[in-house]
Design a protein around this ligand. Structure first.
Ligand code: SAM
Ligand code: SF4
Length: 335
């Protein structure tokens, strides 16, 4: 039964849900995790059936796009059954898009099945095309495995968008290499400014920060950047490179305010709902979910949470201090 849509206090319709299905990962990217992470006890996790019920509740309330993320979503046991379950909402037409953000390590195994359930586009994170640097930044990852996963995705007919975190002194020298690789292989490419998530210390965080304004200016020394009006309700701004025709996105949470068009909320694998990536306020949906097999209390809890969605976040690196710092890791809420 369809419910009235979710509208927040600033008249923004909530149509996009991102779900972190696990906080675990087979990589330990330096900007995302510490080397020795303490993960949630497995018993705290919602089961895949519970995640199905939660997502289905959001879909009846107008959510049209689901992005599955993590941690690394494809390391969650049985994850394919969850995708298969969500496919029924694609078939009914209630859900317009089912997608995921992945580090690519398990794509060789899953790409074909993902395409078969109706996934059309995926985001894969690749910050560098240098084997040694890839091993350094991910600590546990192997570039060849990820590139093979991307090849499997293409073979399966999935459209691939590459996400690269802009890291000063790390992948600055690879700006053109990454851009040309994506142009050649037909991937869209989005650069992300490093965000103050986790507890890696202020000095290190400021060291890593490569403002996309600078990256853009560097790109413009070799390519003609044509601004595109494309908006996804999210933080990305897009340009087309006149010479290659490829689309490049810039996610600049720190230098650009995008909150006014925010259409999304984030759910963790324990049933916490974050109404804003950059604020601590959180609503517990696990309790109402488990309290009753009937969804009435769950619907009420979701509406009460959306009624608290804040106007925006407070990230700010100005005057060389990190403000709006979040202590939780990106793998907790899902990037
Ligand atoms: N494991 C998957 C992956 O890496 O694509 C999905 C989860 S990961 C948390 C989602 C995205 O968040 C990745 O593109 C990653 O590069 C990005 N990310 C992680 N920590 C970040 C940070 N501190 N600042 C900016 N982006 C970050
Ligand atoms: Fe894992 Fe993704 Fe975080 Fe890297 S960015 S550690 S792949 S969750």
């Amino acid at each position: 039964m369809m419910q009235p849509p979710l509208i927040d206090p600033f008249a923004r319709a909530i149509s996009y849900l991102r779900i972190s299905v696990t906080d675990r990962c087979d990589f330990r990217c330096a900007y995302c995790m510490t080397e020795h992470m303490t993960f949630l006890p497995k018993a705290d996790l919602l089961t895949l059936e519970e995640l199905d019920r939660l997502c289905s509740a959001f879909i009846t309330m107008g959510v049209e796009k689901l992005r599955i993320t993590g941690g690394e979503p494809l390391v969650r046991k049985g994850i394919l059954t969850f995708f298969e379950a969500m496919a029924r909402h694609l078939q009914s037409g209630a859900l317009k898009e089912l997608t995921l953000t992945t580090n690519g390590s398990q794509l060789r195994k899953y790409a074909r099945d993902l395409a078969a359930v109706g996934v059309k586009r995926i985001n894969v994170s690749v910050d560098t095309l240098d084997d040694a640097k890839f091993a350094e930044i991910t600590r546990w990852g192997r570039l060849s495995q990820v590139l093979d996963g991307i090849a499997a995705a293409k073979e399966a007919g999935l459209q691939v968008k590459i996400n690269a975190v802009a890291l000063k002194g790390f992948n600055e020298s690879e700006l053109f290499r990454l851009t040309e690789w994506c142009a050649r292989d037909g991937h869209d490419l989005t650069f992300i400014e490093v965000m103050p998530m986790g507890d890696m210390g202020e000095a290190q965080r400021l060291d890593q920060y490569w403002p996309l304004k600078e990256l853009r200016a560097e790109l413009a020394t070799r390519f003609t950047l044509v601004d595109l009006p494309d908006r996804t309700g999210g933080p990305a701004r897009y340009v087309r490179l006149a010479e290659t025709g490829q689309r490049i996105g810039f996610i600049t949470p720190l230098t650009h305010n995008f909150c006014e068009s925010c259409n999304r909320v984030r759910l963790t694998c324990t049933g916490e709902l974050y109404m804003c990536l950059g604020q601590e306020d959180v609503a517990d949906l696990r309790a109402p979910l488990r309290a009753s097999a009937d969804d009435t209390a769950l619907h009420q809890a979701i509406r009460a949470a959306i009624a608290r969605k804040p106007k925006g976040h407070d990230f700010d690196y100005s005057r060389q201090a990190v403000k709006g710092q979040m202590t939780r890791h990106m793998s907790h809420t899902g990037g």
